[in-house]
Design a protein around this ligand. Sequence first.
Ligand code: C2E
Ligand code: CA
Ligand code: CA
Ligand code: CA
Length: 277
Amino acid sequence: VKRRGRGACMLFEPGMMEQSLEQARLANELRQALERSQFVLHYQPVVQMATGQVSGVEALVRWQSPARGLVPPGLFIPIAETSDLILALGDWVLRTATRDIAQRLAQLPANFELHVNVSARQLIQSDFSATLQQALHDSGLPPQHLTLELTESVLIEQDGQTEERLREIRAQGVKIAIDDFGTGYSSLAYLGLLPFDCLKIDRSFVRNLCSSPQDAAIVSAVLHMAEGFDVAVVAEGVETAAQAQRLRQMGCSHAQGYWFGRPVPLEQVDWSTRALP
Ligand code: C2E
Ligand code: CA
Ligand code: CA
Ligand code: CA
């Protein structure tokens, strides 16, 4: 009889061997990719719903692999996160994005915000604040133009230490956004405890906004909550004019999605004010 114990059973799972070999191979390739400068940043506009102005961008990393082509982050960030590789990659992202935006800040709106994704593993480093400070200093980007995006799960998992870390970050003048809001461990209790400046509504709630009264109710509730907390909201994954219009009617302050612009290299970003439906 085959044992159903978790670890033991996993060993006999077909395809496991190939999968872990492929993962090990990828981890190695990623380490080399960093040394060979094969990572690139794409930027996706964030639009202010009251004006249509591009009020910010989110930096999204890609791997320009000679063998595999342009690899999306969903395929390598989880692997990088299993080792310290995420620290080196995260540091590269933070430094590159802050430098890119600092260089063109003069052409951007006064309230412009760069959003950068940060992994749990980066945040729990005792020297994260110092790393952040260094990136800001070296790039010359004033801290009020930077927002760090952290997922809900990151924020809950790391207990009391997280709260302290977030306060350090905010004391430096850098803002905090809760990413993929609504997809994590759905406890609202922690929200009142953690300092943050922005909620990003996950695109799974935006997708059926116009056809599902339930999803519309969730989005509406998050918008009301954000108002109570006096924080900004970014609706993610806006793909249609109807979604944009609905979000605007509901009082959503910011939106992001293919309808406003896909993530592209910095020089290809369309900075023009969007006409809103
Ligand atoms: P995310 O932070 O939720 O980023 C938004 C993702 O949604 C991006 O996928 C973006 O291309 C995609 N997206 C934007 N608008 C639309 C839309 O209208 N429709 C649809 N279907 N998708 C849209 P991407 O670039 O593949 O990134 C995936 C995830 O990888 C990110 O999700 C983030 O969690 C992670 N990631 C990306 N860059 C970094 C990074 O520098 N550091 C870390 N730690 N994670 C990163
Ligand atoms: Ca994000
Ligand atoms: Ca997100
Ligand atoms: Ca996500």
